[in-house]
Design a protein around this ligand. Sequence first.
Ligand code: S3P
Length: 167
Amino acid sequence: MSPICVLVGSMGAGKTTVGGLVAAELGVPFQDTDSIIEARAGKPIPDIFVDDGEEHFRALERVAVADALAAHEGVLALGGGAVLAAETRALLRGYTVVFLSVDLADAAQRVGLGVGRPLLAVNPRATMRYLLEQRRPLYEEVATAIVKTDGIGPDEVAAAVLAALRP
Ligand code: S3P
């Protein structure tokens, strides 16, 4: 048992919204690793960062991703930083992984002031620019398909993902 499709990409790429639409269209469940982590920790992600630190969050994330890859049968979205872990990138080999790419302007607009996203607590736009540049090669490394999301809405992005899933 494994996900039909794994969505990766930056904060603001629309993974959760698009993942929900794709899952609904396919008639399968949607899951995202941030929710798994929050449920297991019993607190929201910003609190995990503040109370326990980013390293602890990343450890929880590696386990959550591995568990979901082993058990989830629908559409799975990974948190934007999950691909930082080499072991996660290795685990993703063999899965259908769609990279939702987004440029700085659209990502910044979609995350707004970054509420609920601890990495964007200080200087959100500059941080987002840095994260996009740092992580793009990692998203590309794990992707089996790339869908550009700039300037289009979630329905169109979901349609492009579904097209990418067709054999
Ligand atoms: C993070 C992205 C977030 C969440 C956490 C860290 C990141 O998920 O996992 O705040 O490092 O980019 P989304 O990409 O779903 O916002």
